[in-house]
Design a protein around this ligand. Structure first.
Ligand code: F6R
Length: 241
């Protein structure tokens, strides 16, 4: 596990976007695993800036997002599909035909999950998987549990996840209690993993992920077993290390 501490989230976004942009320029049809939430947003801004300056084209990449809320359509402003359209895809030349998402509306969850796992395999696997980490140590929506998952599955969101994410939902909107997520196995099969954790609220999770035992009670701790993972943290999230 390589841990890189930087001064602030802006510096992290410059470093992480550079790794992603270099990968795209070296392998224009690379396969990227993306995350939503606050952690990657600045990085996405730097990628958009590079695209606008003509330094990178995203038109041949294939993307897989980690997770999606159950019950939300692509048009729903709270869906992760919408988030990615607003914060990255729609502001670049990404080919939406090559954008892959678990469907929160699928009537057959088992088939949906199997098809997603197959699609990752058929694309040749993920070259770089970008991650954030939950305050409870979740990655994707793999919440603390008794065992590590392998492929995609439907998950009941933990109360701490509901508490952290309900701020994004309006007063008259109810945050879904379930989501579909890539499994730990899917994440671990990525060639390279980059995780961003910033702010004091992540300090405990960062400590358990980096220094704690490998246990499904802190899903991110499994990353200690990956051959190429880089964790980018700032002073606040590094406070307990
Ligand atoms: C999002 C995801 C989650 C988030 C995590 C941190 O697609 O899979 O694991 O990365 O909840 O969220 P933020 O970055 O909002 O603190």
């Amino acid at each position: 596990m390589k841990v890189i501490k930087m001064e602030n989230p802006f510096e992290i976004s410059k470093a992480v976007s550079q790794v992603i942009i270099s990968k795209i320029n070296e392998k224009p049809d690379c396969v990227l695993g993306f995350a939503t939430g606050a952690s990657p947003v600045e990085t996405y801004k730097r990628i958009i800036e590079a695209y606008e300056k003509g330094e990178v084209s995203l038109k041949n990449i294939t993307t897989f997002n980690l997770d999606e809320y159950c019950g939300l359509s692509h048009e729903n402003k709270n869906s992760y599909y919408y988030f990615m359209k607003e914060n990255l895809f729609g502001k670049t030349d990404v080919d939406f035909e090559k954008v892959n998402f678990l469907s929160g509306l699928s009537g057959n969850i088992e088939d949906e999950c199997l098809a997603y796992q197959k699609a990752i395999e058929n694309a040749g696997g993920i070259d770089i998987q970008l991650l954030g980490v939950g305050t409870n140590g979740h990655i994707g929506f793999n919440e603390p549990s008794e065992s590590f998952s392998d492929g995609p599955f439907r998950v009941k969101l933990a109360q701490s996840t509901i508490d952290a994410n309900s701020q994004y939902f309006g007063e008259d909107e109810e945050m879904p209690r379930y989501a579909l997520t890539m499994g730990i196995g899917d994440i671990m099969r990525a060639e390279k993993i980059i995780l961003i954790a910033t702010g004091a609220s992540k300090a405990k999770a960062v400590y358990s992920m980096v220094k704690g035992e490998v246990t499904p009670l802190c899903p991110a701790s499994v990353l200690q077993n990956h051959k190429d993972v880089t964790i980018y943290i700032d002073n606040e999230s590094a406070a307990l290390l």
